[in-house]
Design a protein around this ligand. Structure first.
Ligand SMILES: [Zn+2]
Length: 86
């Protein structure tokens, strides 16, 4: 599996979430270099989110370049409160 570089925006979305982006997908929403924090290289956005949460309390994957970690891609019935076993 290919590693991607992940970044988190220093500035929150309107809903208060800090958005995580992956490089290499030419995402139009990738923040400028001065407006982002480098998280590291990861195989999946899930790993990137675990790093991102160390920086900010509320993080979510970009709809375009980290869709697997975008809140809307989560299955609603899969409640995190009951399956949170990290
Ligand atoms: Zn993105």
């Amino acid at each position: 599996m290919q590693l991607k570089k992940y970044y988190i925006n220093k500035y929150p979305q309107e809903n208060g979430d800090y958005e995580v982006h992956a490089s290499g997908s030419s995402c139009a929403w990738m923040p400028n270099s001065r407006d982002r924090i480098y998280l590291g290289e990861f195989e999946s956005c899930d790993e990137a989110m675990m790093e991102a949460i160390k920086h900010y309390d509320r993080v979510s994957g970009c709809f375009y370049c980290a869709y697997e970690c975008h809140p809307k891609s989560r299955v609603p019935s899969n409640l995190e409160s009951t399956t949170n076993e990290y």
